[in-house]
Write a protein that binds this ligand. Structure first.
Ligand SMILES: C[S@@+](CC[C@H](N)C(=O)[O-])C[C@H]1O[C@@H](n2cnc3c(N)ncnc32)[C@H](O)[C@@H]1O
Length: 483
């Protein structure tokens, strides 16, 4: 059933979009209400569309960023790079209060709050009309809803308190010291609580909708600089890109956003049939991360699922596998370089990304155990061997302890989830759990499947190791011949 208010907003937004000089919107696509499928708005092909078709064009002035909003011009001091004298060199303190210019994230939150508060004075009012006011990202879940995630590491990654502190340190002071800039004449000023809530809403919108805006120079930079990502962290220009952010996304997709000098264009990367949704790509994210950042899950993303394993859990597993005096474990741990020791390890399938047509090929199963985990276990086992040589007589035994401990750590992690894989599979297929609990169930099930694969792989490797040991005990035919 169509919702006239929803349709009206979409249609006003489309008219507003097309009025930007240089904007295009292909006649064979349409913004549609996909809320019944839990997908909000999306863009659907009305007719068959060939590969390499420009679906729409977003002129750069239509993008909201520090470059297009008036805000940076109205309070230039806030956005200007600071020149620190020697005494100010370590200006940051624990409260997060700092005189540094805002990073890309804080800048875009300020710009979005400013444009939002301008109401009809903003060029982007029609765009704000179609942005969501409610979110399913983890930040907005109740404790009861989060319980559905069970032992998933996602629960610890939400960072609501950190976001609160950041808003209080970097966003509120700018608004409070420039009320005449942020609030148009005659408008109601917001209380601190209202501002924090607005900052959370805008922050969640940016997390799920904003784009990193590339320049033409970026490709060259990317080739020249090895540490490109690191160098640009917090610095790359972020922007809200109307229309490109109406596209939903999946791990298998059919459209690509190209960043050109004057505009961004969205093109089909393979033929799209009438009735199909135009889909963008958010990257090889597991469902936990997809839920945290974007508030949804997808069967295609399950292949990128991730489980985090703490080093403490691995140490407990090692102690069970090699029951020696605790003091030896303590001394061996102390031998490890604290700078090098990882507190947590990631299990993932390390798969190739989709091809240039947005399609995925190849196997989706776990092929190897985490190499960094193996190295750290081996480092501590080498330290144990120095202290107590008889416990680990040779490399074969060390490999065996390493694999057994890994397997036992995977089992312990699996046991941290209060329900088993079979229980979850049954619940999923019963289709009785929907909404946020349903998405959490899908995330935790995916994590358990990955752990089960990891346990299977460790078992297989232990079997291979035992077989190779057996072979060594009996000289092979080849060895006999060559003697
Ligand atoms: C960039 S917006 C896409 C437009 C959005 N559907 C809307 O109505 O505004 C990203 C948000 O769309 C939703 N979304 C994107 N892809 C989805 C998918 N494959 N399934 C369900 N929801 C999706 C999520 O809520 C996500 O946070």
């Amino acid at each position: 059933m169509s919702d006239p208010a929803f349709e009206e907003k979409s249609s006003r937004f489309l008219d507003w979009f097309k009025a930007w000089p240089g904007a295009t919107f292909h006649p064979d696509i349409q913004i549609q209400d996909l809320r019944q499928n839990g997908r909000g708005r999306g863009i659907i092909a009305l007719n068959d569309i060939p590969e390499d078709t420009v679906l729409f064009t977003i002129p750069r002035p239509a993008i909201i960023s520090t470059q297009t909003s008036d805000l940076a011009k109205r309070i230039p001091d806030v956005f200007a790079p600071t020149v620190l004298d020697d005494t100010e060199g370590d200006a940051d303190d624990d409260s997060g209060a700092t005189s540094d210019p805002p990073d890309n994230w804080v800048s875009l939150i300020l710009v979005m709050i400013y444009e939002y508060l301008q109401g009809e004075r903003s060029h982007w009012q029609r765009y704000f009309d179609v942005l969501p006011a409610e979110f399913d990202t983890l930040m907005w879940w109740s404790d009861k809803e989060l319980d559905w995630l069970q032992a998933s590491s996602m629960v610890a990654k939400i960072g609501k308190d950190d976001a609160d502190s950041m808003f209080r340190a970097r966003i509120l002071p700018v608004i409070e010291t420039n009320p005449d800039v942020f609030y148009p004449p005659g408008s109601q000023r917001l209380s601190e609580d209202e501002l924090i809530l607005l900052a959370h809403r805008i922050g969640s919108t940016i997390m799920a909708y904003a784009f990193d805006l590339e320049n033409d120079d970026d490709e060259a930079d990317q080739e020249e600089e090895d540490e490109w990502m690191e160098d640009r962290e917090g610095k790359v220009l972020m922007g809200m890109v109307p229309m490109a952010d109406i596209l939903n996304a999946d791990a298998e997709f059919n459209a690509h956003v190209n960043h050109e000098e004057e505009s961004l264009t969205v093109t089909s990367i393979r033929p799209i049939s009438a009735g199909q949704e135009i889909l963008n790509y958010y990257g090889p994210l597991g469902n936990g991360e997809l839920l945290r950042r974007y508030g949804y899950t997808s069967a295609h993303h399950a292949r990128y699922d991730v489980v985090e394993l703490s080093w403490d859990l691995v140490i407990s597993a090692l102690k069970q596998t090699l029951p020696i005096d605790d003091a030896i474990w303590g001394k061996a741990s102390a031998e490890l370089d604290p700078e090098e020791v990882e507190d947590a390890f990631v299990i993932d399938r390390d798969l190739e990304e989709p091809d240039s047509r947005g399609e995925f090929h190849g196997s989706k199963t776990l092929k190897s155990l985490p190499e960094d985990l193996r190295e750290q276990i081996n480092s501590i086992l080498k330290a144990v061997r120095k202290l107590s040589p008889a416990t680990i007589p040779d490399k074969q035994r060390r490999d065996e302890i390493c694999l057994s401990a890994m397997r036992s750590a995977f089992e312990s992690k699996l046991a941290e989830y209060p329900t088993g894989i079979d229980d979850d599979a049954k619940l999923l297929s019963s289709n009785t759990v929907s909404g946020r609990p349903g998405m959490a169930l899908f995330v935790r099930y995916g994590e358990k499947l990955l752990l089960q694969e990891a346990i299977g792989l460790a078992t297989e490797k232990l079997r291979d190791l035992a077989a190779s040991q057996g072979n060594e005990a009996q000289p092979s035919a080849k060895r006999l011949r060559t003697k």
